[in-house]
Design a protein around this ligand. Sequence first.
Ligand code: SF4
Length: 397
Amino acid sequence: MSQQEIPNLLTGTVSSLYIHVPFCQSKCHYCDFYSLAGADSQLVQVWHETIKVELQRLSREAESNGVSILPLETIYYGGGTPSLLPFEFLAEELELCRELFGIAETAEITLEANPEQIKTEETAAEWLTIGFNRLSIGLQSASDHLLRIMGRRHNKEDALRAVCFAHEAGFCNISADIISGLPDAQMSDIEETLAFIDNLPLTHLSCYALDVPHDSYFAKMLAADCSRFPDDRLEREMFHHIREVLIDRGFNHYEISNFALDSFQSRHNTVYWRAEPYLAAGPSASSYLAGIRRSNPASLMEWKKTVLEDGPFSADTVTEIISEEEAARESILLGLRLLSGVKAKDFQQRHSRDYRQLFAGQIKKLSQAGLLNFDGDTLRLTHEGEDFCNIVFREFV
Ligand code: SF4
C-alpha cells in the first residue's frame, strides 16, 4: 500500500456505500443471502421508499456520530437481484446519493445482475445512462446441467446474450461469478466454462468454492448423498485449473477468489479487504465505520421499522465495537486475502505496532507449515496457504 492508500479509519471518513436489494425471482439452491423470492411489486415499493429515508438519515446523522461522508468513490448494489429493480427506482436512488453525498467523477458504480434480466441491449444501456459503470453478472457455470442443479433461472445461451448486450451497450467493466465444487461437476464442466468465458469481453472474474449453508437446498442434498459433491481435493484441482488458465490469459490473480485484467480490480471489494470504512443501507446490510460494525435487521419489515424509528446510527444496530487489538487482527486477516499481502510498514503506520512482534507465534508456526511467507517486507499467503486459508485465518481470530 502506498501512503495514499492508508485508510482513514481513525478519522471516521468514508467514501464507499453498499446497498442491499432483498429480492430474487426464486431462491437458488446454494444461497443464504437475505432475499425474498418473488419480488412482489408492493414490497419493492416499500423497499425503495425506505432506502431513500435511510440514505437521507445517513447523510443527516453521520456527522453527529463522528463520520464524514466524502464524495462516494464506490457504490455497490448487491443482493438479492438488484437488476430486478425498475430503472426509475435505481435512477432516483443514485440521484439522491449524488445530492446527499456527492459521487466522485471516477467512482466505480456496480450493479449485480442476473443474465436472464439482460434481455436486450437497451436494458444495459439504460443502466449506463443512469450512472452504473460496472456490471457483476451471476454466470456461475456454462454447463446447463449444473445451472439446473443450482436452481438458476438462466442457461448458457442467456449468459452469452447478457454479456454481449452489456458490452455492446457500452459497459467496459464486466465481472462474472463462477463456482467450483458444484454437485455432479466434473473437470469437463470447468473446461466448458473456461472455453465459454474465453470468448466473452470480461474484465474481472470471481471464482468461489461452493459453500453449503445449513438451511439451503444443497444442505439437504448433501445430507442425502454426499457422493454427488466433489471432495476437497477435486474442488482444489478445479480451482487450480481455473487459476492457471486465467493467469495464462492475462488475468491478475489479486485476491484469493478474484482475478482482474489490468486496472479492473474491484475497488469496492478492495475496501472490505483493506478493512477500510464503508456505509451500508438495506435489510441485512452491514457497515463498518469508525471502528464500529453495524448490521441492519435481515427482515424487510423490521429493517423498515428500524430505519423509520431509530435511524442508521441506532445503538440497536451495533453488532461489534472493534478494539485496536481486533482491528490489528482484522488488518492481517483481511489483508492476507489480497495476494499482494500486508506490508510491515503499512501495518506499522496504521496500528503503530510491528506485526512481526505482535503475531510472532502465528507467523512462525504458519511459515514453518509452508502457509505464509515473509520476505523481509511483506507477509503473504503461499500457494498452499491460499488452499488452506481457513487454517491461516483461524490462527489470527
Ligand atoms: S439470485 Fe443470487 S441472491 Fe438470489 S437466490 Fe440466487 S444466488 Fe441468491
